[in-house]
Design a protein around this ligand. Structure first.
Ligand code: GDP
Ligand code: FE
Ligand code: FE
Ligand code: FE
Length: 194
């Protein structure tokens, strides 16, 4: 992929190479598909397509950074110590935005916030936040039961896609008896509950 060189001091090829160096091939291919899906959703919703494509590309930049490095950054960089009670599934968005700023030099708040919110969602979500959150869920590599309905709903109405994703993610987590991150629950109450 090629990205507009507006949001990072790195060239597009440097940025792509850096991202590739951080993850395995499957994760990289997922990031490329999320980028393309984010571009489509941006076009449908009147948002800057190049910017959404970049945010989608970097959204999982930090997904495979070692746990020990996360713990060190959470302790030393002023993050809420409660994050230490969670794991990399929760960290890679919230703390991932910090790694993206450090390593890729991206400072644009809309991009950083979309990465921050991409796993849990949030009570307040901008158009960009919704685009990345939904693109991650419906990209063409996803195969879970209900993904076709998620796509149909999201392409018809982005906010409804957010609600669908939160309801189904919450049901999935409950069924596994996973702990629910409070922000995920708060987001569900705003975007999905009747
Ligand atoms: P990925 O990075 O492309 O795999 O996708 P996400 O960043 O959206 O999600 C990563 C994982 O976090 C998924 O397996 C979600 O089900 C999980 N997740 C989302 N919200 C919560 C939560 O509140 N609690 C827990 N335990 N996991 C969650
Ligand atoms: Fe993710
Ligand atoms: Fe997601
Ligand atoms: Fe992802």
């Amino acid at each position: 992929p090629v990205f507009k060189e507006t949001y990072s001091p790195l060239s597009s090829s440097e940025l792509v190479a850096k991202e590739k160096s951080m993850m395995d091939e499957n994760r990289f291919a997922h990031c490329v598909r999320v980028s393309e899906t984010a571009r489509t959703l941006a076009k449908l919703n009147g948002y800057d397509e190049d910017k959404a494509a970049l945010a989608g590309f970097v959204h999982d930049y930090a997904k495979q950074i070692p746990v020990e490095e996360y713990i060190k950054v959470i302790k030393e960089e002023g993050f809420d110590p409660d994050l230490l009670n969670w794991n990399r599934a929760i960290w890679h968005g919230i703390v991932g935005s910090w790694f993206i700023k450090r390593d890729l030099g991206i400072t644009d708040p809309e991009i950083l916030t979309a990465v921050y919110r991409h796993t849990t969602g949030d009570v307040e979500m901008t158009t960009m936040d919704q685009i990345v959150f939904v693109a991650d869920y419906i990209e063409p590599g996803r195969t879970f039961a209900g993904v076709e309905e998620a796509r149909k709903t999201s392409y018809a109405d982005l906010a409804s896609g957010v609600g669908y994703e939160l309801a189904h993610t919450l049901a999935f987590l409950v069924q596994k008896r996973s702990k629910i991150y409070p922000r995920t629950l708060a987001a569900y109450n705003v975007w999905a509950a009747e």
